[in-house]
Design a protein around this ligand. Structure first.
Ligand SMILES: Nc1ncnc2c1ncn2[C@@H]1O[C@H](COP(=O)(O)OP(=O)(O)O)[C@@H](O)[C@H]1O
Ligand SMILES: [Mg+2]
Length: 346
């Protein structure tokens, strides 16, 4: 098998702050094959955008990233800034959340595409710019008659499509879409998701689709990674994870989605932890309905469902329940929570 488009191993990303380092991404591993869509889901603040930006080399000053990151077998972290910049756009692209703030209101659609293409291919002719751009715009459902229009002449959904087309006109092999549909209504959202799926298929693009919406994952993704407090707690085939969720956090997330449409919102009790001083053991243990005594003291490694080594094609999960054989017998009882609730009330 050829190298995956993205191979990320033991990625850690910390932000320096006056209060101490924020461990936004804490030992995360995954890979994405070409043509594959990996969904990344989790509560706000769990580190999703940080992963997306880290993969593209777009972290702010003061942040530190380590681990192993390869694009089609090439070590990305070994590249200098200039080489990294060259890769960005051409090989690796990002679709952001707020389209209007990213399109220049004074520039026509045609000018946006010309600028994007010329940055990476300085010698490209006007005719070639127009041809390549209109090809992508057509896939995305924007007719050639709008080529000279300005951003304000489009609806929010159309502008988001233009943003996507701008990211894709360079035919990147890898795209990060960070909550690309949050600002859109449900119908437009469905269209955008369909477009992304078509693109992954037609151009063999690998896609990391970041969202807090499980419906989008179910609709669009081949695989899903569930993030909690800087860690991937479960990753696997989307259908498998949805039909047979392993991690108690995934189970709670799915429960909150289901009840949203039935009898009101079931929110997961408690709040996501402080990533400057995350909980000991499993980061989820203070909120976990199934926590054992062991969960508060030891961090569960990533294993397949049956506690064995992760292998391609398995659903992997970081939870002691799946590796009970490795939990000392006297630490399998339910976690004593008396002190935690006192601390919460204080
Ligand atoms: N530039 C930054 N400086 C310091 N902390 C940050 C910065 N950006 C994000 N964080 C923190 O990192 C954690 C993860 O944030 P983020 O990746 O944006 O999560 P998500 O996209 O899942 O909502 C949060 O605790 C957030 O407050
Ligand atoms: Mg985010």
């Amino acid at each position: 098998m050829s190298d995956p488009t993205i191979y990320a191993q033991h990625i850690r990303i910390w932000y320096g702050t006056p209060a101490g380092p924020v461990r936004a991404v804490d030992d995360v591993s995954f890979s994405i094959q070409n043509g594959e869509i990996l969904g990344l889901v989790g509560e706000s603040g769990s580190g999703k955008s940080t992963i997306g930006r880290g993969l593209l080399g777009l972290l702010p000053p003061g942040s530190v990233m380590d681990g192993e990151l390869a694009f089609k077998g090439e070590d990305l972290l070994a590249l200098d800034q200039k080489e990294r910049f060259k890769r960005r756009g051409r090989d690796l692209a990002m679709i952001f959340q707020e389209p209007l703030t990213r399109l220049n209101p004074l520039m026509r659609v045609s000018e946006h595409f010309t600028e994007t293409l010329r940055t990476h291919f300085p010698k490209i002719s006007d005719a070639e710019v127009e041809k390549r751009s209109l090809d992508v715009l057509q896939v995305i459902g924007i007719p050639p008659s709008r080529w000279k229009a300005y951003p304000h002449e489009f609806s929010g959904g159309m502008r988001q499509r233009i943003m996507i087309a701008l990211a894709l006109v360079l035919r990147p092999a890898f795209v990060v879409a960070d909550e690309p549909t949050t600002a859109l209504d449900v119908l437009v959202e469905a269209q955008i998701i369909r477009i992304l799926r078509d693109l992954a298929e037609q151009f063999d693009t690998a896609l990391l689709l970041i969202t807090h919406n499980l419906g989008i994952i179910a609709e669009a993704c081949d695989r899903v990674a569930v993030m909690y407090a800087g860690k991937i707690v479960e990753i696997g085939d989307a259908r498998d994870v949805f039909s047979d969720p392993q991690h108690p956090y995934t189970q709670e997330l799915l429960r909150s989605t289901i009840t949203l449409t039935t009898d009101g919102l079931h929110s997961i009790p408690g709040a996501p932890p402080d990533l400057i001083d995350p909980p000991s053991g499993c980061h989820f243990h203070p909120r976990c309905p199934k926590a054992m005594a062991h969960c508060a003291v030891a961090e569960p490694p990533v294993r397949n469902k049956r506690g064995g080594k992760p292998e391609p094609g398995t659903t992997d999960v970081a939870c002691w329940i799946n590796q009970l054989a490795d939990v000392p017998e006297d630490a399998r009882g339910p976690l004593e929570r008396g002190e935690i609730s006192v601390a919460d009330e204080a």
